[in-house]
Ligand binder design. Structure first.
Ligand SMILES: [Zn+2]
Length: 448
């Protein structure tokens, strides 16, 4: 068994920062102590560095199969480990959409051959595949979602289908995650601005089209139905303070039936940035006001929102560099999400312990991921070694996404991710990758 000791490192875990050593044997954390001597182990100097449990990103679009001109599971898992993300959960709007068990298993098969990070893939739900969805094995599939499927067919945002949600929630016995926006409000707003501007609507109108009202109305509607059925429901990418205020903060994470997340771009950008960045920060749901941005961060700190995700959704630069109507929504984030959150730490807006709770511990709690999400003896060694005082600048030659661009271009980050371990293997080391080791399929405890 290969052994590694990370020496004299600051370990950020479960609300504390402690100085010590960590022993990895094979794929797992063997021991955490103030001093570990293991003569036969490879020594990794952690002096002045912080060791975090790997970021578990519950919302990414890796585009394979079917959209591999944008990205692949290999290319984006590689960018993910460079960003300290050691596990991801991927969305069903690949082509063909992941609406059958067979298509779902095909994605697992691709990932087993190519992914550098651990992985799970969501089963897709639309109005026509409920019986197929109910066959999902909750012990090795993270959950089911409608996210992204609205791009292929109108009406696929289930938040707009209350009768169908009643049917779904009355039958499912595991985690459902939804994209919550009201399409009828969006259509009305879009028609209004299109009548003034045609296809060249200024990008700053995006949050007025995909508006706060559209988010709040859909989220309230879904909440009401979920509460009626006691559904284990997770809301992806909450983008407004008004919605964040709808969630409970006093219930412990392990007992919450309804959970919610914020995404890095909604915590970083605001409507002030549309003028400069235009289509490159066009996301659904839209980036909204400064007040929403600050409110989402506060809601995370107060535990009204439970986790942080990326919604990493790469498109080619040609697909993005279009007028308002044609520019695709979404952007690449997995490589820069943790550096951006650590920048918020440097700005004294969030603590390191809280970042770790929201990107790792609570993601593991929400999905009941087995043996990951904490730095604990016996758990898989999914770890990130971070230097908080090693500035670097996002430039084209440092970007690992297949699409080759980032909304963070020219941004200087104070913190550098130096090493990323996945299942005990050093897969990313100061700019170089080890392609030999592949990630594992995530396993889950049954959610009652
Ligand atoms: Zn979405």
């Amino acid at each position: 068994m290969r052994k590694k000791v990370i020496k004299n490192v600051l370990i950020v875990n479960e609300g504390q920062i402690i100085s010590g050593d960590l022993l990895i044997v094979g794929e797992r954390i063997e021991k955490v102590a103030s001093h570990i001597s293991a003569a036969d182990a490879e020594i990794i100097d952690g002096q002045g560095r912080y060791l975090l449990p790997g970021f578990i990103d519950d919302q990414v679009h890796f585009r394979e199969p079917g959209l591999t001109h944008k990205a692949t599971i290999y290319s984006e898992s590689r960018a993910a480990v460079a960003g300290g993300i050691t596990s991801f959960m991927e969305m069903p709007n690949t082509v063909p959409n992941t609406l059958t068990q067979e298509l779902l298993e095909e994605k697992y098969s691709i990932a087993s051959r190519t992914s550098l990070a651990n992985y799970s893939f969501f089963m897709g739900i639309n109005r026509d595949n409920l019986e197929e969805v109910l066959k999902t094995n909750h012990e090795n599939v993270c959950g089911m979602t409608d996210d992204g499927l609205y791009f292929s067919q109108e009406g696929n945002i289930l938040a707009n289908q209350p009768e169908y949600l009643e049917k779904l929630f009355s039958r499912v016995d595991t985690l459902v995650a939804l994209h919550s926006e009201d399409e009828s409000i969006i259509h009305q707003n879009l028609a209004h601005y299109r009548s003034q501007y045609g296809d060249n609507i200024p990008f700053s109108y995006h949050p007025l089209i995909r508006s706060e009202e559209a988010c709040v109305r859909a989220t309230k509607r879904v909440l009401e139905i979920a509460k009626k059925y006691q559904t284990r429901l997770h809301f992806f990418h909450i983008s407004t303070l008004a919605e964040a205020s709808l969630f409970e903060s006093e219930i412990p994470i392990s007992q919450k039936r309804i959970t919610a997340e914020a995404c890095v771009h909604h915590l970083w950008f605001s409507d002030k940035d549309y003028e400069k960045l235009g289509s490159f920060i066009k996301w659904n749901p839209a980036i909204k006001t400064e007040n929403d941005k600050n409110g989402l961060l506060n809601a995370l700190i107060q535990n009204k929102l439970d986790i942080i995700a990326t919604d990493h959704a790469p498109h080619t630069i040609q697909e993005k560099d279009q007028n308002y109507i044609n520019a695709m929504s979404g952007g690449p984030l997995v490589q820069h999400a943790l550096p951006a959150l650590l920048e918020l730490f440097h700005e004294k807006k969030i603590g390191l312990e809280k970042i770790v709770e929201k990107t790792s511990h609570h993601v593991a709690e929400i999905y009941r991921i087995k043996e990951r999400g904490y730095i604990r003896e016996g758990y898989y060694a999914d770890l990130v070694l971070v230097n908080l005082d090693k500035p670097w600048k996002v430039e084209p030659d440092t970007i690992h996404y297949q699409c080759g661009w980032s909304p963070f271009l020219h941004q200087t980050f104070q913190s550098t991710i130096e090493k990323t371990f996945v299942n005990g293997h050093l897969v990313y080391d100061n700019g170089s990758f080890e392609n030999e080791f592949k990630g594992k399929r995530l396993n889950f405890q049954k959610i009652r």
